[in-house]
Ligand binder design. Structure first.
Ligand SMILES: NC(=O)c1ccc[n+]([C@@H]2O[C@H](COP(=O)([O-])OP(=O)(O)OC[C@H]3O[C@@H](n4cnc5c(N)ncnc54)[C@H](OP(=O)(O)O)[C@@H]3O)[C@@H](O)[C@H]2O)c1
Length: 250
């Protein structure tokens, strides 16, 4: 994989994703809203492309020729977390780079908490699954609520933990998992909840990814998910899913 676009690169997770990508030898591009500010945050090796998920500006240029995309953006409403992902998929113009998307634990349950943003993250996951490019979705637990000795990662599926249960994970573990997934054949088509557990950080993520259940293609859900079904999503979302299915050039 040569060129990877980081979306959300200036964020608390994105910065670490960029470092991981550079360490993998990737050529890294970042979609940024404020180039001058981003230049003070990101290494000189990162190519900056001005753009905005909320308007779609800059997306076509940012995505041109990329082999991979890591999405760790975060907005306060659907405009960024859902519509932004839809805009990215449309801007791909049928190309199918490897995608790693960060959402959150707890997205599979309908909730009005946090302004309902979890519902839009779940729906954004469905769009990525529907598009048909190889992808991995990582749903982290609470950032930095792990203990000092929980240096290993723990992958779960089925989204069984209530979001109010503050099971932690380090930002560095999230970035590492997203980037390892991007380069792993065993992680394709899989969705994981990510937590920290006691022990040393695993040196080889491949067996961890390989042991996971594949996602449910028909229901556009994560492997083992028991939450809101595709049929229960708003008609608008189901229409978007159908539109996204038609975007990929086969
Ligand atoms: N905190 C937790 O425990 C926890 C747990 C699970 C999941 N999460 C999720 O993690 C996300 C936060 O991650 P984080 O800490 O890395 O976030 P962050 O530090 O707030 O960074 C958000 C990134 O998204 C970018 N962004 C926001 N709006 C954008 C737009 N319209 N166009 C392009 N880029 C845009 C920001 O760019 P700018 O620099 O230009 O603002 C920034 O790079 C949230 O979505 C949250 O729901 C959090």
């Amino acid at each position: 994989m040569t060129t990877v676009l980081s979306i959300g690169a200036t964020g608390s997770i994105g910065r670490l994703v960029v470092d991981e990508l550079l360490a993998h030898g990737a050529s890294v591009r970042a979609l940024v809203r404020d180039e001058a500010r981003a230049r003070t945050i990101l290494p000189d090796a990162v190519a900056l492309v001005s753009g905005d998920l909320a308007s779609g500006e800059g997306l076509v240029a940012a995505l041109a020729g990329v082999d991979g995309i890591v999405l760790t953006h975060g907005g306060d409403d659907r405009t960024v977390d859902y519509d932004g992902v839809l805009r990215v998929l449309k801007a791909l113009d049928g190309a199918t780079p490897r995608i790693a998307l960060m959402t959150s634990m707890g997205v599979t349950r309908e909730t009005s908490s946090w302004g309902g943003i979890m519902n839009w993250k779940r729906r954004a996951e469905r769009l990525v699954r529907a598009y048909g490019a190889p992808y991995t979705i990582v749903r982290p637990g609470w950032f930095e609520y792990q203990s000092a000795t929980q240096n290993a990662v723990l992958f779960e599926q089925g989204d069984g933990t209530e979001v109010t249960n503050r099971r932690g994970v380090a930002r560095s573990q999230i970035a590492k998992t997203l980037v390892e997934a991007l380069f792993s054949p065993g992680a394709e088509g899989k969705t994981i909840e990510l937590f920290a557990q006691e022990g040393d950080l695993q040196g080889d993520f491949e067996p961890l990814f390989a042991a996971l259940l594949p996602d449910d293609e028909a229901g556009l859900a994560g492997g083992g998910d028991h939450g809101v079904g595709l049929e229960d999503e708003p008609q608008e979302v189901r229409d978007d899913v159908e539109a996204v299915r038609g975007l990929r050039k086969v």
